[in-house]
Design a protein around this ligand. Structure first.
Ligand code: DGL
Length: 268
């Protein structure tokens, strides 16, 4: 048993989609969330910068005495996971592996689509993860850079969203993928528009939900599960706590409880 919290970080607000799934799977675990809102976006940065940011994010979470680190960010999971595992002596999980397994399980026609940030697609992380499960599967990857600002500005299912969805996903449709990984924290919020465009025959995979479903097993295996905790979530950001509290509620699907605190991430 270990009553410390689970540390979760993302480049900003999007990782709250992971917190939502983790709270559902593990209602008794406390969570310490860090959103690096001051340095967002990660998806357009170089590998070196993303690794440097991820290391600082983890050092901050370790200062809050967490027992497990969840990299909720698709970009940081894709680019930095193995380096972070080598650097830190704490279990660290990312969002790529569980979603690749779920996609391979769901796929029936041997064609999987992956969408994410430019850095995620460039890293080839999902391609490698899928091929490691089944090398015969064809993988089609596409960056969708406008999806993040659409979500952050509340365009979940508006006319402009529909146009951008069509622009980015047309090739996925032409390539006849039957499974599509929404490989970025923000994309599950566009699920309705994406599902409508791709049609009923296409299974959408939400990496944060897939990852959350694996956590009870990971905690159980290492004897890390909490007992008698209240499922409290502490939120930290590197910029604008008010903005986080406001839009964060949309990602979390409920009001953010308690105060959101601003920290100086440059110190970590
Ligand atoms: N959180 C990032 C991801 O999941 C998206 C936003 C960004 O580019 O930082 O890839």
């Amino acid at each position: 048993m270990n009553n410390s919290g689970i540390g979760v970080f993302d480049s900003g607000l999007g990782g709250l989609t992971a917190v939502k799934s983790i709270c559902r799977e593990l209602p008794k675990e406390d969570i310490v969330y860090f959103g690096d809102t001051g340095r967002l976006p990660y998806g357009t940065k170089t590998e070196e910068t993303i690794k440097q940011y991820a290391a600082a994010d983890i050092r901050f979470l370790l200062s809050r005495d967490v027992k497990l680190i969840v990299i909720a960010c698709g970009t940081a999971s894709s680019v930095a996971l193995s380096d972070m595992r080598n650097m830190f002596d704490i279990p660290i999980v990312g969002v790529v592996e569980a979603s690749c397994m779920a996609a391979v399980r769901a796929c029936r026609n041997g064609k999987i689509g992956v969408i994410g940030t430019a850095a995620t697609v460039k890293s080839g992380s999902y391609l490698k993860g899928i091929k490691a499960q089944d090398s015969s599967i064809e993988v089609f990857s596409n960056p969708c850079p406008l999806f993040v600002p659409l979500v952050e500005n509340g365009h979940f299912d508006t006319e402009v969203t529909r146009l951008v969805v069509e622009e980015y996903l047309q090739t996925m449709k032409e390539n006849n993928v039957d499974t599509l990984i929404l490989g970025c924290t923000h994309y599950p919020l566009l699920e309705k528009a994406v599902a409508r465009y791709m049609g009923d025959g296409v299974t959408l995979i939400n990496p944060c939900a897939e990852l959350a479903a694996t956590l009870p097993g990971i905690l159980g295996k290492d004897n890390l599960a909490s007992r008698n905790r209240g499922g409290i979530c502490e939120n930290y950001v590197s910029d604008d706590p008010e903005g986080f509290a406001e839009l964060g509620g949309v990602f979390l699907d409920r009001k953010i409880d308690g105060q959101v605190k601003k920290i100086d991430i440059e110190k970590y």
